[in-house]
Design a protein around this ligand. Structure first.
Ligand SMILES: [Zn+2]
Length: 355
């Protein structure tokens, strides 16, 4: 489905790096990298360096991070995502995000953080407030709501008019959410309602239940869906020899089949995000490549978007290292397809205006 080209040997990128370097301004390699084959970096194509790219783009190309989590306890937000993520700092706000993306030309779509039901209005207000603040990166928001909540319409009516809300998410992989939940009548009706409101729904579910997402996309053909985190694929499932003690969370072939089926749905796109957070401790770009490649090949260049999933990615590494790894993985693809992944598709999908 694409003319994939040879990829240079990918560098190991374990650990958390405090520095951040985009595209072609990579710092001098460490001795470890040199030993690991830093020549690969020198040989890797420079991203967005096509003749049609504007000079400013080449220096600092736009990145749309479609999965930005922020939380602030001063705004009454106690997201359960904090407990489950292993990321414990009480405050991850726009200042911290700016530091994490220093050197990047980034704009972001806020992603809800699984706040308790009674704090979801406060969270939506917080996210929309960020969008109003032109000094920071957030320019649109996906807010949290249960699609089967009888109060969904009122919630949407309250927060949609400002023009910043693009969609709704309710994570479906929580231990309290049984399989098949998203196929219940009330849930389906809520998702159909979102379609009428021109709002999307993020499918964030256990990889073994992606077929439920597929059924939902058939039941709601006028609603747009985003498959979060490459279908929550587990990098361990793709290792020929997993590290001792690590068991894959799902079957790789079933995931491949289900993602390919989702990709056939015209109302579904895929978010390339999240996978680094669950990678083994000694992870590498190479380890993530089978997942990214299958998503990109299945969904095609026009229906994939990038997501940082910061600060959850800090479970394993910095946002900069995740971007660097993805940059290496997609380096063999045409520059125009890379540009679509990093920014253009998200601009279209979310109808974003940057400037
Ligand atoms: Zn996330």
């Amino acid at each position: 489905m694409n003319g994939i080209r040879r990829r240079p040997n990918l560098l190991p990128l374990p650990g958390v790096s405090s520095g951040f370097h985009m595209w072609n301004d990579r710092p001098n390699p460490t001795r470890r990298e040199m030993l690991a084959g830093a020549v690969a970096v020198a040989m890797a194509p420079v991203i967005f360096s096509g003749a049609d790219a504007q000079a400013a783009d080449v220096e600092n190309p736009l990145v749309i991070d479609t999965h930005q989590h922020l939380w602030d306890p001063a705004k009454s937000m106690q997201p359960t995502i904090v407990k489950s993520s292993g990321v414990h700092r009480p405050l991850y706000g726009p200042v911290e995000y700016a530091e994490a993306t220093r050197g990047l030309n980034v704009k972001a779509v806020y992603m809800e953080v699984d706040s308790p039901a009674d704090q979801r209005a406060a969270e939506a207000e917080y996210a929309i407030g960020l969008c109003h603040d032109r000094t920071q990166a957030t320019i649109a928001a996906v807010i949290g709501a249960w699609p089967d909540d009888p109060a969904l319409a009122a919630f949407i009516e309250r927060f949609k008019p400002g023009g910043f809300v693009r969609g709704i998410r309710q994570v479906l992989h929580a231990s309290t959410t049984p399989p098949g939940m998203c196929l219940k009548d009330e849930f389906v009706r809520g998702i159909q309602f979102l379609g009428k409101q021109e709002l999307s729904f993020d499918l964030c579910m256990r990889p073994a239940e992606l077929s439920d997402g597929l059924k939902l996309s058939h039941l709601c053909p006028d609603t747009r869906f985003i498959v979060d985190h490459c279908g929550n694929a587990d990098p361990v499932a793709f290792l020929a020899h997993p590290p001792a003690g690590l068991k894959p969370a799902h079957d790789a072939e079933v995931w491949k089949r289900d993602m390919a089926a989702l990709a056939k749905r015209p109302n579904v796109i895929c978010k390339i995000s999240g996978i680094v957070a669950r990678a083994p401790e000694m992870w590498s770009a190479e380890m993530l490549a089978p997942i990214v490649d299958h998503c990109l090949d299945s969904f095609g260049p026009d229906r994939v978007v990038f997501g940082g999933d910061w600060p959850i990615c800090l479970k394993r590494t910095s946002l900069g290292n995740w971007i660097e790894a993805l940059k290496q993985i997609v380096a063999p693809r045409p520059v125009i397809e890379q540009r679509k992944l990093w920014a253009d598709n998200a601009m279209k999908w979310y109808k974003l205006a940057v400037g």
